[in-house]
Design a protein around this ligand. Structure first.
Ligand SMILES: O=P(O)(O)OP(=O)(O)OP(=O)(O)OC[C@H]1O[C@@H](n2cnc3c(O)ncnc32)[C@H](O)[C@@H]1O
Ligand SMILES: [Mg+2]
Length: 220
């Protein structure tokens, strides 16, 4: 018998957005969950990704994590996120990545949102980032998941009138977090992680990740 620690449990972190992926890995590192080895999509054979057709962030996060787990047999973590703007009744919401019509075109998305809010006065520029993080553990049998956990995090604030800073990604340069004098694009990475929707959602998932690493059933 050897006392060597058991091999870490591989967790596929399923995002095609390199900057989001970096944030997810940073928060996981900072949380220091031992016994987990995050792996990226480039470390597994390519699989067809299902379209993100859910009406909510949680549904979309589950779509991504379920397809990653079913295709690879690995536990899979996915984030679905976006900016919900009060004056737009919660949009762009789940359409945030493709608000301008071109998926992942941050510049065009920011331009369009700023133009749409051009006449909206300061007191009605409220908005919040939302992240849903899903962890799906496959059962190794017929492909149906053995366990699923979804957590959500929110980061309240408002939409600025112009870009400030070039850190982060997406709508960060035009988002002013509540209580902050700097835009999300002007925050250091660790400042963003401490406050952000993604940081909050992912930290809420840590008990489930610890349970996975320990071979226990996931908390409800
Ligand atoms: O689905 P994956 O492959 O993870 O990558 P994606 O970029 O398509 O990710 P989403 O479908 O979750 O869409 C999220 C969009 O919401 C915006 N967004 C989410 N989190 C953000 C953040 O922390 N800062 C700025 N914008 C963010 C940004 O426009 C993202 O492209
Ligand atoms: Mg997406």
């Amino acid at each position: 018998m050897s006392d060597a620690a058991p091999a870490p449990v591989k967790v596929l972190v399923a995002s095609r957005n390199a900057k989001k992926l970096r944030e997810l890995q940073r928060v996981l590192d900072a949380a220091g969950v031992s016994g987990i080895e995050p792996v990226g999509l480039d470390a597994v054979p390519e699989y067809p990704e299902e379209p993100e057709t859910g009406a909510t962030f949680a549904e979309n996060a589950l779509i991504k994590a379920r397809s990653g787990a079913a295709a690879t047999g690995l536990a899979c973590l996915a984030d679905d996120s976006g900016l919900a703007v009060d004056a737009l009744n919660g949009m762009p919401g789940v359409l945030s990545a493709r608000w301008s019509g071109r998926h992942g075109d941050d510049e065009a998305n920011n331009d369009l949102l700023l133009a749409q809010l051009g006449d909206v006065p300061d007191e009605r520029r409220g908005a919040g980032f939302v992240s849903a993080c899903a962890l799906v553990v496959p059962d190794g049998g017929d492909g149906t998941p053995a366990a699923e956990t979804v957590t959500e995090g929110r980061w309240p604030g408002s939409v600025l009138r112009e870009r400030h800073g070039d850190g982060g990604f997406g709508y960060d340069p035009i988002f002013l977090p509540e209580g902050s004098e700097r835009s999300a694009g002007e925050l250091a990475p660790e400042e963003k992680d401490a406050a952000s929707h993604r940081g909050r959602a992912l930290r809420a998932l840590v008990p489930a990740l610890r349970a996975l690493a320990a071979g226990e059933s996931l908390p409800e």
